[in-house]
Design a protein around this ligand. Structure first.
Ligand code: PRX
Length: 655
């Protein structure tokens, strides 16, 4: 008989709690119960209604063209300019004085940017890009800290029809180089550096290293953020303030086809090579704006919205740049880490700006739980009226803590499931409409069709689990993988016929709520960031002392998963005190600090089947201190004893 621990019973009790929307919230909510029926009755008409909230310079003739599936076309024939939708139209509507961005730098410097200011800056930046010969369809890499210029750069690209490829500032020079190369970017926009954990970090130095081997790059545009010394290549480098500052604040925007590329964003897949996820214009903006308005219940006149994501991730694209600005929101952006200069910084920011809507990740929530209730309790958080979560499954305890300690039991929580590929939120409660359960993303939002399939592609019933799939095209869906449409078809559309396979496991509970269960492929989720096991393995074997490596994601109380690597050294290389440390640093250099393994175990052998396949399942058992599963298919079953006994004297730390 299975033994159920007291803790599991408590979780069960929490999971089964149901929080219906409060009457007062429901009364004022943007979302309405009828939206579900409306969308179900005529999905395309529903999406057309959402799209018509944007400003189009030419109307579409056809809502959806799916004849070239799995590549969709939305709002066919329509034309618009994304930056006009995010900026100009608000100024034209007379709300140019509304604050678009409250910027909070880590050292404490601030900026208040109105929509009119934003229009001037985006116009100047667009003029500068044109002067630098950036043309519609060109690719621009953006490698920046979270400062206003990052958003301005994205909007300027969109304004002139160039596709941006934002590369998270925590990625290494090598990761940047490979992304610049894959997209054949002609311009890199960066900064000298940024502020993080009380220190300056460098970005320009990484760009210098990356562009040595990327001949497509004609210029590097550099924002001065920290004032640190940087090397200067006068043939390539230009200061932002030199070229952008002198431009006219007027720029006549051109309109682009609804299917014109808006951006590429690289994300990890199951191979070592990141995928350039391609998003286009009209459908993407429609869904970003619709979800931002309805899932966060945005009231642009009164709300102060704060999404804590960096623009280097899809959340920063859809819910810092495009969704909020399309809706004329006032938002906060914060450059730094939550514990600088003290662990109450976020709560201080919420109190300072009167933040009403907070959107963050479970890993942050669990970190704050660990730091203690006294920190948020020392600040006035009463302005908050809605809380959101994204990036990984939120455990019921963290959900309850978020609700009670941050939300004062007074804010609906929206647990939003989506992906870089989906562009915008897909599965989430609608605040004011959906009763929520702690830890469940509840169900697909109106306009979206999700299912859970078994191995054979049959829907599983209520109370059962399987693979999460999306059964109908949606406006914000990816249009492909940059330069590799075969991989697009293979990756997402071959597992089940005519159905998008998300790579996540999920289950229906008996009430019909969806519970996300994590990835079912070799993709790890570290603090809400996707990293493939193969990518880390490739980084490890590129080190001269490593013969072979196997990487698994082991569950971690704070980060969701932690990276654990099993490494076989080359003959002649000796395991010593510094080896694991050096390998961890090597991975950070190859990919970025977020991919640095939590733990590296030097082993003599890896568990393999007779056909040579590494059995990660067993390695995961070891990494999570579980009793080993079935070892009978191993070529050499004794290997696992050796590996397990090595665990106790392994090298690890968590810096
Ligand atoms: O596994 C799911 C998890 O994050 C993956 C997508 O990662 P990425 O493309 O980096 O985008 C993250 C931000 C949208 C998904 O395949 N994930 C995301 N949100 C949730 C989630 N898992 C459970 N619950 C969520 N709310």
């Amino acid at each position: 008989m299975a033994v159920v621990s007291g803790e599991a019973l408590e979780n069960l009790a929490t999971e089964n709690r149901l929080f219906p929307p409060s009457e007062s919230f429901a009364r004022q909510a943007n979302a309405q119960p009828a939206m579900y029926e409306e969308a179900a009755a005529d999905r395309e008409a529903f999406w057309a209604r959402q799209a018509s909230e944007l400003q189009w310079s030419q109307p579409w003739t056809n809502v959806l063209d799916w004849t070239d599936a799995p590549v969709s076309k939305w709002f066919v024939g329509g034309k618009l300019n994304v930056s006009v939708n995010c900026v100009d139209r608000h100024v034209a509507a007379g709300i140019g004085d509304r604050v678009a961005i409250y910027f909070e730098g880590e050292p404490g410097d601030t900026q208040t940017i109105t929509y009119k200011d934003l229009l001037d800056s985006v116009s100047q930046a667009a003029n500068a890009l044109t002067e630098l010969n950036v043309r519609p369809g060109d690719r621009v890499a953006i490698y920046m800290p979270l400062i206003p210029e990052a958003i301005i750069a994205m909007l300027a690209c969109a304004r002139i029809g160039a596709a941006h490829s934002v590369v998270f500032g925590g990625f290494s020079a090598e990761a940047l180089r490979s992304r610049i190369e894959d997209a054949a970017a002609s311009l890199v926009i960066t900064a000298d550096g940024g502020f993080r954990k009380g220190n300056m970090f460098g970005l320009k130095s990484a760009v210098d290293e990356a562009v040595k081997d990327t001949p497509t790059v004609k210029n590097v545009l550099v924002v001065r953020r920290t004032g640190q010394d940087v090397a200067w290549n006068s043939g390539l480098d230009i200061w932002w303030h030199d070229i952008v500052g002198k431009q006219s604040t007027t720029h006549a925007p051109e309109s682009f086809d609804s299917e014109h590329p808006l951006f590429i964003l690289y994300t990890s897949g199951t191979t070592g090579k990141p995928k350039g996820i391609l998003h286009t214009t009209g459908g993407y903006l429609t869904q970003a704006a619709y979800t931002h308005k309805n899932v966060f219940d945005l009231k642009p006149e009164t709300d102060v919205y704060w999404c804590t994501a960096d623009v280097g991730w899809i959340t920063g694209h859809s819910y810092v740049t495009y969704g909020p600005l399309a809706n004329g929101a006032t938002q906060v952006i914060y450059e730094g880490t939550p514990d600088t200069p003290h662990q109450g910084r976020w709560w201080e920011i919420i109190a300072k700006y009167g933040v009403t809507i907070l959107y963050t990740a479970p890993t942050a929530i669990r970190t704050f739980m660990k730091w203690g209730d006294h920190l948020p309790q020392a600040h006035d958080l009463l302005s908050l009226r809605l809380l959101g979560s994204v990036g990984e499954p939120i455990n019921p305890e963290a959900w309850m803590w978020y609700r009670e300690v941050i939300g004062g039991n007074n804010c609906p929580i929206v647990d939003t499931w989506w992906q870089t590929e989906t562009g915008s939120i897909m599965i989430s409660p609608l605040p004011g409409v959906t009763a929520t359960k702690p830890g469940s993303a509840m169900g697909p939002i109106p306009g979206i069709s999700a299912e859970i399939f078994d191995d054979a592609g049959k829907p599983v019933g209520l109370g059962s689990g399987g693979y999460l799939v999306l059964t109908q095209p949606w406006p914000g869906m990816l249009r492909g993988i940059w330069g590799d449409m075969d991989r697009y078809r293979e990756n997402y559309w071959s597992r089940f016929k005519n159905t998008y396979f998300a790579g996540d496991g999920a289950k229906w509970d008996t009430d019909g709520a969806i519970w996300l269960l994590g990835r079912v492929d070799d993709v790890m989720n570290i603090s809400g960031h996707r990293i493939s096991t193969t990518e880390v393995e490739s980084a490890l074997v590129s080190h001269p002392t490593v013969a072979e490596a196997a990487v698994v994601g082991a569950s971690d109380d704070t980060t969701g998963q932690g990276i654990v690597a099993f490494v076989i050294l080359r003959a002649g290389s000796v395991d010593g005190p510094g080896v694991a440390q050096e390998l961890r640093a090597h991975v950070a250099k190859e990919i970025g600090a977020i991919a640095r393994p939590r733990q590296i175990l030097i082993v003599a052998e890896l568990p393999k089947t007779r056909s040579g396949k590494i059995m990660r399942r067993l390695l995961r058992d070891v990494a999570e201190n579980r009793t080993l599963g079935d070892v009978t298919t191993l070529a050499d079953p004794t290997i696992m004893n050796l590996i397990s006994s090595g665990l106790s004297n392994s090298s690890s730390d968590d810096d």
